[in-house]
Design a protein around this ligand. Sequence first.
Ligand code: TMP
Ligand code: ASP
Length: 254
Amino acid sequence: MTRRRRVYEGKAKVLFEGPESGTLVQYFKDDATAFNGVKKATVTGKGVLNNRISEYLMVKLAEIGIHNHFIRRLNMREQLIKEVEIIPVEVIVRNIAAGSICTRLGIAEGTPLPRPIIEYCFKSDELNDPLVSEEHITAFGWANPLELDDIMSQSLRVNDFLLGLFAGIGIRLVDFKLEFGRYYETDEMQIILADEISPDNCRLWDAVTNKKLDKDRFRRDLGDVEDAYQEVARRLGIIPEGGPGDLQGTTAIQ
Ligand code: TMP
Ligand code: ASP
């Protein structure tokens, strides 16, 4: 086992220094948190499933020209990614009302929105990721107007593509959260999709029954969290090599 430098530890993932400069290793933990870390638990196998699901979706997105940080999967829990300078803004895309938009605007959960709605939150645990406008983002210099246009149009393309992909496997893409980063290659800078796309940061409902197949099962104590994540992986055709029984994966090498 080699020791690697831990670059960053978040609530669900750890980033380690990668084998080459400009790369990082993204390790997916089984830890689940909600309400800004107030609620915590371990969901066995979640990290393995999210590693695979995020890989699958990032590869598909790259195929349609959405550049992203994914390079290759390394093992059950780790993927090699491009190092980016994360833009401190969470981009939320909503197709159907659920979660915070319902309480904030008094809309019933499940109401289809007239068109996809993009919201931005400032990434700050201390402040509980407050909702912000484009004005805040550009005025405080978190992203410039050109970067923000790019982020918005990439987010809508991701939404169009994922809506279709999930519809094809009987899932309604209710909403999701994306993060972007600046990727520097020689003297060029590009805004690319980063972080992860998984049931941790998407709302996914069964198209027929509306059963929640995402982290709301954990947030709202609905039970069967791992089964729901596994169901998403199964429908995408990517249950881990060892089958659903093999969800332990490797432990982090530190
Ligand atoms: P919200 O309805 O709670 O604002 O969440 C909108 C979407 O963003 C939902 O798919 C869950 C995801 N999300 C995250 O990925 N991280 C977060 O910290 C929060 C609050 C939501
Ligand atoms: N990011 C939130 C937290 O850590 C979790 C969520 O609701 O998705 O607690």
